[in-house]
Design a protein. Structure first.
Length: 199
């Protein structure tokens, strides 16, 4: 597939993932594109480890504006995945969505002067910016990071999922089992008694 964006390095037809700094006007640029999850190394790992199944491509919408030597990029990434519930171990389908606003900077930031005249070194990252080299902003890393952030830390098929019985393994969403209630409940009850005793 020929590269439509005329990058110096071969870009495998993934021209939408790159913003050309010199072509970016102050009026800005709107982009909308889809990418296969396998294109992002971290997502590819998740697929291969079985942690997650992607049911849709990664859809990105963004707007980029150039302000002097800075490029402001605002947008969103979304997809649909199948995850494993951390309580009942059932697989479930869920949308993922993340909105972001990033500032890319070409030149290293100006070195601010401290009161005593000593120079303070600040990296682009310290200032909440993403540094880019050359004339092309490659969005791949940033988009990947945004999508990883959209994943729930503890996936739940639903907020009220009762999970599996720790003793017999029965799915408590389907029906209660005959085991005694887990110790958490009795401890909670004791706490309640304590509170009542104090008032
Ligand atoms: Zn569940
Ligand atoms: Zn049980």
């Amino acid at each position: 597939m020929p590269c439509a964006c005329q990058c110096v390095t071969p870009c495998k037809g993934l021209s939408e993932m790159r913003i050309h700094f010199d072509q970016l006007k102050e009026s800005g640029l709107s982009l909308e594109f889809e990418e296969q999850p396998e294109f992002f190394p971290v997502l590819k790992e998740m697929i291969e480890s079985g942690e997650c199944v992607f049911l849709a491509p990664i859809k990105t919408r963004l707007q980029a504006v150039r302000i002097a030597e800075l490029v402001e990029v605002e947008g969103s990434v979304e997809t649909t995945v199948r995850l494993t519930c951390s309580r009942c171990l059932k697989r479930f389908k869920t949308p993922l969505h993340s909105q972001f606003a990033l500032t890319y900077t070409k030149a290293p930031p100006a070195v601010p002067q401290a009161a005593d005249g000593q120079e303070i070194e600040l990296s682009a990252a310290d200032m909440g910016m993403v540094h880019f080299k050359g004339e092309v902003i490659n969005l791949q890393d940033s988009l990947q990071e945004q999508l990883v952030l959209a994943f729930p830390l503890r996936p739940l098929c639903r907020e009220t999922c009762k999970g599996l019985c720790p003793r017999c393994g029965a799915d408590l969403n389907t029906s209660p089992c005959n085991c005694a209630p887990p110790p958490f409940n009795s401890r909670f009850a004791a706490l309640k008694d304590l509170k009542l005793g104090r008032t």
